[in-house]
Design a protein around this ligand. Structure first.
Ligand code: SF4
Length: 330
């Protein structure tokens, strides 16, 4: 199904339709490395439209790699507040520091070296190789995966393995505008080949697409079930002040402020007198019982937070959700 014109068609469409994104601005080569690094970290598990204001604010407050390598943690987390997955912010700073100290301030230009940087794995290293170093690599994100599944009408479990989908990338061939080309393919997935109602009549590769020919766009995905876990959170309140602890116990939200909580068994969860809340995390659905406590106790790593100061605090959205949910009943 290889077609010499595919890169030409895709790039032509991209040049006329790509989104204006702040990290695509024309800047110096050095600054482009920084923009790519920050945007790729932010885009891990977060959608483009959510990332845009965070990216602008981040670049405003921390304008270059050098500043990032020495920024204090409070400022770093404040800039990241609300984006979630805070370990990404910490890894981004560690990566900046390592680039300054070990790579003379320049992003390393091999996948192997890039993967030695904290928070950079398979996908991000490939995205950087394509975007920053113009290498002929197409990183496999959800968008590219969907486009390939549709082009080749991949439906069977044996067809939708990562290995097979990676092999199918050869359909795209290559271009000497490798960075733009990789982004163009991802952009087709994001703007045209959407999960539902793909815009095939605008698609530059519809003639090569089996799903288009068959008018069947259903996607087969591997079933991923989030684990349900049960927790009990204690809400210690004294007038307007609430007790929060720096989380050392759970792997998620490490070192961030949460209400004191513990995991409980399912059969302990169904206590009808209490308030409950469901919160989805990346790999689990949390069901949390909220227990009102009137007496304060001493807890290690705890601090008191005045409700009216919530806005100025670095709080994960997880804790803010609980705050919002208790405000009506406490
Ligand atoms: S023709 Fe439609 S289904 Fe096929 S790749 Fe384009 S947008 Fe996706």
């Amino acid at each position: 199904m290889k077609n010499q014109n595919i890169p030409k068609k895709i790039l032509h469409w991209y040049d006329n339709n790509k989104r204006v994104l702040p990290w695509r601005k024309q800047v110096s080569k050095k600054q482009m490395q920084y923009f790519t690094l920050v945007s790729e970290f932010m885009l891990q598990q977060t959608q483009v439209k959510t990332v845009i204001p965070y990216f602008n604010n981040f670049i405003n407050k921390i304008p270059n790699l050098k500043k990032l390598s020495t920024v204090n943690e409070a400022k770093l987390l404040k800039c990241w507040e609300g984006l979630g997955y805070y370990s990404r912010a910490k890894n981004l700073k560690r990566t900046a520091k390592k680039i300054i100290e070990e790579f003379s301030g320049n992003l390393p230009s091999t996948i192997e070296e890039l993967k030695t940087l904290p928070g950079i794995g398979d996908y991000t290293s490939r995205a950087i190789m394509a975007i920053v170093f113009n290498k002929s690599i197409i990183p496999l994100d959800g968008n590219v995966e969907r486009v390939l599944k549709r082009i080749f009408f991949l439906k069977e479990n044996s067809e939708i393995t990562k290995h097979n989908i990676n092999k199918k990338k050869s359909f795209f061939g290559s271009s000497n505008r490798a960075g733009a080309y990789a982004q163009a393919i991802m952009e087709i997935g994001a703007l045209l080949c959407k999960p539902t109602n793909p815009l095939c009549y605008e698609c530059p590769i519809s003639k090569s697409c089996k799903s288009f020919k068959r008018n069947d766009f259903r996607l087969k995905s591997k079933n991923k079930f989030n684990k349900i876990k049960y927790f009990e959170a204690n809400i210690y309140r004294n007038q307007n002040k609430y007790l929060l602890i720096k989380n050392k116990k759970f792997k998620f939200l490490k070192n961030l402020l949460i209400f004191p909580m513990k995991e409980i068994k399912k059969n302990k969860f169904d206590i009808s007198v209490n308030k409950k809340i469901n919160i989805k995390m990346s790999n689990m659905d949390m069901k949390i019982v909220l227990n009102k406590k009137s007496k304060f106790i001493k807890i290690k790593n705890s601090s008191l937070l005045d409700k009216k100061n919530i806005k100025d605090q670095i709080l994960p959205s997880f804790t803010k959700k609980i705050f919002n949910s208790i405000s009506n009943y406490l």
